[in-house]
Ligand binder design. Sequence first.
Ligand SMILES: Nc1ncnc2c1ncn2[C@@H]1O[C@H](COP(=O)(O)OP(=O)(O)O)[C@@H](O)[C@H]1O
Ligand SMILES: [Mg+2]
Length: 458
Amino acid sequence: MKSIGVRLAVWYVLASTVTFASLFLVGRYFTERHAIRALDLLNESEFEQIKSRLGPAGEPLGQPAIQQRMRETMADDLNLFYIEIHQADGQVLFASHNLHGRTIFTKSGRKAFNANVSGLGELRAGAFTLGPLNVVIATSKRHVRDVMVGYEQTFYGLLAVMIVVSSVIGYGLSRMALRPVRLIEETANRISSDNLSERIPVSAAQDEISDLARLLNQMFDRLESSFDQIRRFSAEVSHELKTPLTLIRLQAEKLLVEGNLAPPQEQAVQVQIKELEQLNRIIEELLFLSRAEARAITLDLKVQSTEGFLHSFVQDARVLAEFQGRRFFHTHHGEGCVAFEQKWLRQVLLNLLTNALAASPPDGRITLRSVLVDGLWQVSVEDEGPGVPAEQREHIFERFVRLKRSGAEDKGSGLGLAICRSIVELHGGRISAEAGAGGCGLRVVVELPTADSVAIAQ
Ligand SMILES: Nc1ncnc2c1ncn2[C@@H]1O[C@H](COP(=O)(O)OP(=O)(O)O)[C@@H](O)[C@H]1O
Ligand SMILES: [Mg+2]
């Protein structure tokens, strides 16, 4: 069972049921004892009556006289009692007619006992001595049985009610007890790397749960400060590297312009300039990511038609693709406006296009699809390259994650898709990767909410 709440409720129900069943068994034992004791008293009082009819103990009476007096005694007993009178040698002097010739087996030495006479069922009997006579008086235990059956039926009915009621109470109690834990869970769930300032509310009570909440809050404090340090570090390092790098590049360009270099040296300087460009780009990208994480980038969102934006992007994309010997196609369905900043979205699509071009085989097809449906604008870029295995599709959006591309020129930084995700999320959208049509290639899908769906949500 997964949920502690359910387990607590089940334990509560079990404990209540066991307690209730134990009480029932004890109650049943005493009720039965009392009822049997009542039968014994009934037998005893009948014996007192017989005693007064047959005269004081030891009075010698013949069998006919005994039978005559007994019949008179039993006339108003309504067949309640089964009576046998024997002599000390065992000879039966009288047997009540409701015994129909059967005898009650007397357990030697016991005054009150249970007897089972076939045809009469269970009896409660008492053995008494009256002078030389032995008198056995018995009563049916049927009434006691009836009472006990009624008692059991009531118990089962009450047990069912009790299980239902204790389940409800148990569930309510466990929910109440676990409320602080749920609160911790919900808050901890909301706390992520870009929302590290939130804390779990701590109740004034000094109990285990509030201790745990305090402990977790201290852990979040430590996490927040280390995250801050990392952010500040990468922002500062990138910033500090920019100026010296620009100076190195200017120096290198100056060397080229002066033209005093031998051809091999000139070539080396050109390689340096190219590498410096790449380094500069990585630094720019890192700076962008740190600023996006610190929420220091403000978007200039404009509600605009998607068609106009795509029209201009598609023209550039086609030129770029054809220049690299790839075929470019695009489709657009639906109408609507979306709030976005052109500069950033263009960068996202350019990054996706660059990746698709790098992955595509020569003369490969790159398809840009745009659909406006159900309050979402979906733009996807798909290629016919090798694709990315399903288990790595989520990782490619992380920083510095680069998978080996066979044969492709290796000049990426592994930051392109991380930047795309940052930009898309700043726009309130999502970006994901899936397999291309027919299972080959990769399709990266960007989803942004349309302006009217955002307005409805607010
Ligand atoms: N269209 C694609 N087809 C195959 N792999 C891709 C595609 N797009 C991205 N990838 C993989 O994801 C990795 C990360 O991409 P990205 O963040 O743009 O970094 P970079 O392009 O600088 O390597 C790439 O190195 C590549 O392995
Ligand atoms: Mg890239």
